[in-house]
Design a protein around this ligand. Structure first.
Ligand SMILES: [Zn+2]
Ligand SMILES: [Zn+2]
Length: 287
């Protein structure tokens, strides 16, 4: 049996290990393939792919794009992204600009609340990657304003928190299109974050996204209950969507999650990768 992980983050977004290190950890975990899927960036992919060639691990160049879906979280994974073609990076750069403006806005709100943290402090804590709310949370913790990262989100940073600033997002159709334009396979990440209560509502959402170009659903995921997993698997089969899974590894930012491990009944096997490749072959005529 060869095992895989199709969802991992590096310092190119909000993970704590550099891309090459994530690949080395994948090798140490005995994985045959790992997908690097940083939030809204392809910056870590060249390093990860090179490390994979050196270490004998198949690195699937990926991305995880945030999309606008009500007030809830919609993330779309893209697999086998042609990251050397600069168009996707260019379109994602819009978000980078928006994010640059967002962080100072959050810090200004915190400052107005009498909390003395600075952009420099937050940048230092980011270790040179994307700067975002996890690093602001760390600055709040470091400066003693909160007792945990979770508390920082609860009180200040989450949607509805005292220092929350809304994020610029792509529409689902835009995000799906961007992935397809880059030769990628678009997959809906962790469907539970859509916040849809009933199986019927979820099925309709899957169908809508499928009509916009969605190819698959991340069925196997650490935070999915066995009931959710079974439901997503059933819907994916009914609708002819691909099934994927991954740990959503973030290094020390999610210390209880290791590469290649999800709290599921079984580990993820290479046949999921074969299905992704098969889809690409049919859809784009590429191997
Ligand atoms: Zn996600
Ligand atoms: Zn993720």
């Amino acid at each position: 049996m060869s095992f895989i992980d199709l969802h991992a983050h590096s310092t190119a977004s909000d993970g704590t290990f550099p891309p090459a290190e994530v690949v080395r950890l994948a090798r140490d975990a005995g994985l045959q393939a790992v997908a690097l899927t940083d939030h809204d960036t392809t910056d870590g992919l060249a390093e990860a792919v090179a490390a994979g060639q050196e270490l004998g691990v198949e690195v699937i160049p990926g991305v995880e794009i945030s999309a606008q879906f009500t007030d809830n979280t919609m993330h779309i994974l893209g697999y086998f992204i042609d990251f050397r073609d600069g168009r996707l990076a260019e379109r994602l750069a819009v978000l980078k600009e928006a994010r640059k403006e967002r962080n100072p806005k959050i810090i200004a709100k915190l400052n107005a609340l009498g909390i003395h943290i600075t952009m420099e402090q937050v940048e230092r804590l980011s270790g040179g990657g994307q700067v975002g709310r996890p690093h602001i949370a760390r600055a709040l913790l470091e400066s003693g304003y909160v007792r945990s990262l979770q508390e920082a989100f609860e009180i200040y940073l989450k949607n509805g928190g005292k220092a929350y600033v809304a994020k610029y997002r792509f529409q689902p159709a835009e995000a799906l299109d961007m992935i397809r334009q880059a030769g990628g396979v678009p997959v809906l990440a962790h469907p539970f974050t859509l916040g849809l209560g009933s199986a019927q509502a979820l099925k309709e959402a899957f169908q809508d996204f499928q009509a916009m170009g969605l190819a698959g659903v991340e069925v196997f995921y650490a935070d999915h209950t066995p009931e959710q997993e079974a439901l997503y698997l059933r819907l994916a089969r009914e609708l002819g969507l691909l099934v994927t899974g991954g740990s959503d590894f973030h290094g020390d930012n999610k210390p209880d999650i290791g590469l290649g491990k999800i709290r599921s009944r079984h580990r993820l096997t290479y046949d999921l990768v074969v299905a992704l490749k098969e889809w690409r072959r049919k859809e784009y005529g590429v191997g």
